[in-house]
Design a protein around this ligand. Structure first.
Ligand SMILES: [Zn+2]
Length: 237
């Protein structure tokens, strides 16, 4: 607040600062005559800290304002206090930044983790080829509504009757010639209940809704068998 009233303009602030400086110069050069003895260090520190417990009517304030020694002490203390406050403010700001960075990092990790979990958790699906033709050259029977989602799929294929044990290459392709591979993987057949099965993860996220082919190729046979397949992209509606 200004001595000129509630509203203080920049010119008034400058004038006040000038008055203060002129007064300080006079005091520090010993032109003023302070009344009474110098107050103790604790009092001067209180003045430097602008302690509200010290009333402006206190005669020691009048003394300090006109004593070169006291004013010098107060100015030095004020400088220390300002440096301390700057350090403290810097420390608090740094601590805040660390906390903000930590929170941001954690939430980003959390979000990424959740997205990854949501997008990667595979959908289990079983395709039963048991009753489809196994003889080379024979058209495979139409699959009964084999529908896979456009998602990571944990696929179990029950291989056609009389299938050989061993390793199989499983692929999802655009056409019946093996072009436009959407996903593929190798899996070893395991026998259970007299049926050969292969299980593998196929990532079908890149497939749009439409007709595809599921192919199986035995490692020693090299002939691929194709089965019609429908993929549904449930995310785009
Ligand atoms: Zn003094």
């Amino acid at each position: 607040m200004s001595v000129f009233g509630r509203k203080s303009s920049r010119a008034e602030d400058r004038f006040e600062a000038w008055l203060k400086r002129m007064h300080q110069e006079r005091v520090l050069s010993g032109e003023t005559e302070p009344a009474g003895p110098c107050p103790d260090e604790a009092f001067l520190r209180g003045v430097a800290r602008r302690a509200k417990t010290i009333p402006l009517s206190d005669p020691r304030i009048d003394h300090a304002a006109n004593c070169a020694n006291c004013l010098n002490r107060i100015l030095a203390m004020r400088q220390d206090i300002r440096a301390e406050r700057r350090k403290l403010a810097f420390g608090v700001a740094a601590a805040c930044l660390v906390v903000i960075a930590g929170v941001a990092g954690w939430s980003r990790y959390e979000m990424h983790h959740r997205q990854t979990m949501a997008s990667v958790a595979p959908v289990s699906a079983t395709v039963d080829l048991w009753n489809t033709g196994t003889y080379r050259g024979e058209q495979p029977g139409e699959l009964q509504s084999v529908l896979l989602p456009s998602a990571p799929v944990r696929l179990t294929i029950i291989l056609p009757r009389f299938s050989s044990p061993g390793q199989y290459l499983v692929a999802v392709t655009r056409d019946q010639s093996g072009n436009g591979v959407i996903a593929e993987g190798l899996a070893s057949a395991t026998a259970s209940n007299g049926q050969e099965r292969v299980s593998l993860d196929l990532d079908l996220r890149s497939a749009k809704t439409g007709s595809y082919f599921l192919s199986t190729t035995h490692e020693q046979d090299q002939a691929a068998y194709y089965y019609p397949l429908h993929i549904e992209d449930r995310t785009s509606k």
